[in-house]
Design a protein around this ligand. Structure first.
Ligand SMILES: [Zn+2]
Length: 170
């Protein structure tokens, strides 16, 4: 599914060719720029909810199963770009201790874990659900469970735009 990250309108994939021919303009509200992203259907609502609340996401995946690779695990995840959110912290350790005191990490539901990485000089908080299950049908059930966890998590977070999250300047 394609989503305009400006107005959060959703488009079906078959609009992609038309969008590419035009100048990547959102067909609903005509938002300019290239802020139309492809999201996995099952993660779109969580990603949209987070971005609406000011948690700027970078990557996400619903955790597709690649039968060709014969992998017996899946990873459902999304990354939040802490640098783009202008969070105030001094270095890696300070970042972790800040996050641990705030809902973005403090209220992670059981089953979701997190890690912080620096990627292209930006701090990314990756929240993930990893499970190892041989049986395909069972795996799909666990993936649906994981996707629901991400959606509930996104709904439970306070609105970052309202600054409730900010550390007071010290
Ligand atoms: Zn738009």
């Amino acid at each position: 599914m394609l989503v305009c990250m400006n107005c959060f309108s959703k488009f079906k994939e078959n609009l992609l060719i038309r969008l590419a021919k035009q100048e990547k303009e959102c067909p609903i509200y005509g938002c300019k720029g290239i802020d139309i992203v492809r999201l996995d259907d099952s993660m779109a609502d969580a990603v949209i909810t987070l971005n609406r609340k000011g948690y700027i996401t970078n990557f996400s995946s619903q955790g597709d199963i690649n039968d060709q690779k014969k992998e017996n695990y899946f990873q459902t995840y999304l990354s939040i770009n802490l640098t783009k959110m202008n969070l105030k912290f001094k270095g890696f350790k300070d970042c972790i201790s800040l996050l641990e005191r705030y809902p973005i990490v403090a209220s992670l539901p059981e089953g979701l874990s997190y890690e912080v990485n620096i990627y292209n000089n930006e701090y990314l908080l990756t929240i993930e659900f990893i499970d190892q299950i041989e049986d395909n049908a069972e795996r799909f059930e666990r993936m649906a469970y994981a996707q629901a966890l991400f959606f509930k998590y996104s709904q439970s977070l306070p609105d970052f735009n309202r600054k409730a999250f900010y550390r007071k300047e010290d």
